[in-house]
Ligand binder design. Structure first.
Ligand code: PLP
Length: 378
């Protein structure tokens, strides 16, 4: 099966894990710290914070910014549900914003502007598929409206631009992301004090951790704020340190495969369009395409699956999910809904061979072109 995504793991990761086991120390310690500094360095940031997931990272950011009940946070609906869930964790209200267009499925400034109220405190951008949102325009918007600008950078690790938009950025190291630790995440923040507050919140709000108490021989700690258990562990950090060394090359490979997809689809399957046709900085996390209006997506998915090609949908819009329909009724986002209706995600990962891309495009062309996939033929 050609998979949509897959973790690239090998001997180096195994060796790194063995080393941790042999060391006898598996919970958050020196490797986590080393990973934080290496992750920061790759993004030309001063420091970073390793956590248990991107969801935890987003929650920490909103909590540390004291966003809560009565506050509204602007968020795209064309994202993973975690981007919106974290807003509910702190008791604030998510306000869903449409995407710019089918060609640029990123949160729309124009719609964000229209949805600002006196209660709006923050906006969460999501670099969909790894394509970066317009930094200057969003910074101007946030400044003008007096809002915190937050990045959900789950799709976009490894570019120096990411993490520099606003107050903080959240990253994911889940198994299907560009860099993986199985489960894991990180925060980059523009403000040192804010990052240190989040560091303390990550470990129950305690003034010292288990490892620090061991090494300083001081058994005492205090709790000076509400905290959580959002720690990373040494096993994950060890894998992350190995993965981090390969991330830039992997992102380049993803970029080359994306270019190949664009060329072949334009040649052999022109009824399928590809978002982000204009040049834009990207980490090429996924390969989204838009099927022609007349195609029946479920049939295309089935035909590709029968040929050993997995495809997925990014994303069912969050505002259309049952839970959010009751939480945020009467949300109408026409561009998001149209995009979500036609989107299909093709396989893309650094282990995918160029020949496999050719196969996928050939099968896609056959599936889209076959009469039984066309509504008109029904
Ligand atoms: C994967 C993902 C998340 C959640 O990441 P976890 O590390 O699994 O919590 C959040 N937002 C987006 C856009 C994602 O793709």
């Amino acid at each position: 099966m050609l998979l949509v995504s897959k973790p690239i793991l090998g001997m180096e990761e195994k060796a790194a894990l063995s080393e941790v086991v042999d060391s006898g120390w598996i919970t958050m310690g020196e490797r986590v710290r080393e990973f934080e500094l290496a992750f920061a360095r790759l993004h030309k940031a001063e420091d970073s914070l390793a956590v248990s997931s991107c969801t935890a990272a987003l929650h920490l950011i909103l909590h540390a910014l004291e966003i809560g009940p009565g506050d509204e946070v602007l968020v795209p609906s064309m994202t993973f549900v975690a981007t919106a869930n974290c807003i509910l964790y702190v008791g604030a209200t998510p306000v869903f914003v449409d995407i710019e267009s089918d060609h640029v499925p990123l949160i729309s400034i124009e719609d964000a502007e229209a949805k600002c109220t006196s209660r709006t405190r923050a906006v969460i951008l999501m670099h969909y598929a790894g394509y970066l949102a317009d930094r200057g325009a969003w910074q101007a918007f946030a400044r003008r409206r007096g809002l915190f600008l937050i990045e959900d950078a789950a799709h976009a690790p490894g570019r120096v631009e990411v993490g520099t938009y606003g107050v903080a950025a959240a990253f994911s190291f889940y198994g299907n992301k560009n860099l993986t630790t199985a489960e894991g995440g990180a925060v980059i923040a523009s403000d040192r004090t804010l990052l240190e507050t989040m560091r303390q919140m990550r470990g129950h709000g305690m003034t010292s951790g288990t490892y620090q108490r061991l090494t300083s021989r001081n058994p005492n700690y205090d709790v000076t704020m509400l905290g959580f258990n959002y720690r990373m562990d040494e096993l994950r950090a060890a894998v992350g340190l190995v993965q981090l060394r390969k991330l830039t090359d992997w992102n380049d490979t993803r970029g080359r495969l994306t270019e190949l997809y664009r060329r072949l689809i334009a040649e052999r399957c022109p009824s399928v369009s590809i978002p982000f046709g204009e040049p834009r900085i990207s980490t090429y996390h996924i390969m989204p395409v838009l099927l022609p209006e007349a195609a029946i997506r479920s049939t295309v998915i089935d035909q590709l699956r029968q040929r050993g090609i997995q495809t997925t949908i990014h994303y069912p819009p969050v505002h259309r999910l049952s839970f959010f329909r009751t939480k945020c009724p009467n949300t109408d986002l026409p561009c998001t809904e149209d995009f979500a209706h036609r989107e299909l995600t093709l396989p893309l990962h650094p282990d995918l061979q160029p020949e496999a891309v050719e196969t996928v495009v050939m099968r896609l062309a056959a599936a889209v072109g076959s009469p039984r996939n066309l509504l008109a033929a029904e």
